[in-house]
Design a protein around this ligand. Structure first.
Ligand code: HEM
Length: 140
């Protein structure tokens, strides 16, 4: 690391060719020109991700290994000033949920969710009452 530069997003968008290919991932800029041939996923996907402007989603959707993530370090050349993550730029959300509980927070239990257990309980009490008292009474 050491000599990392600050780039504007528009500058990054000029480097999308086979002999000059940069990737913008999570606000960081990677020069993957020398990596194109060696990338296990092929060079086409890298060129496409580069041309798309922001390769963050493409990179993350693949579910790259930690080995892949640590390889990135060697291609890092800088970062983008005032970087806006793609999910914010697209207006999808102001922040991405990070936990299961956060992602499901609107799904609070409703009345119907309680109805079934309550009905089962009422049925069990009625059955117990019936078996304990009504049948016993009949035997007498
Ligand atoms: C500097 C950036 C990148 C590095 C260092 C990198 C590295 C790697 C590595 C090491 C693998 C092998 C599997 C693994 O270890 O996860 C891989 C697979 C793959 N990569 Fe990347 N990658 C980068 C960017 C991208 C981008 C932007 C895309 C866009 C779609 C992409 C698409 C893929 C695909 C589709 C595979 C799967 C290949 C397969 O399983 O057949 N990669 N990458």
């Amino acid at each position: 690391m050491g000599d990392l530069k600050m780039f504007s997003a528009s500058e990054v968008s000029f480097h999308t060719s086979r002999d000059d290919c940069w990737l913008l991932i999570n606000g960081k800029v990677y020069d993957v020109t020398k990596f194109l041939e060696d990338h296990p996923g092929g060079e086409e996907v890298l060129l496409h991700a580069s041309a798309s402007g922001d390769a963050t989603d493409a990179f993350e959707n693949v579910g790259h290994s930690t080995a892949a993530v640590s390889m990135m370090e060697s291609y890092l050349i800088g970062s983008v000033e005032g970087y806006v993550p793609p999910y914010v730029a697209s207006g999808e959300a102001s922040s991405r949920p990070t936990t299961y509980a956060e992602a499901n927070k609107e799904k609070q239990a409703t009345f119907v969710d309680y109805l079934l257990p309550v009905l089962v309980l009422i049925f069990a009490i009625v059955a117990w009452y019936y078996l304990t008292f009504v049948i016993e009474d009949e035997k007498k």
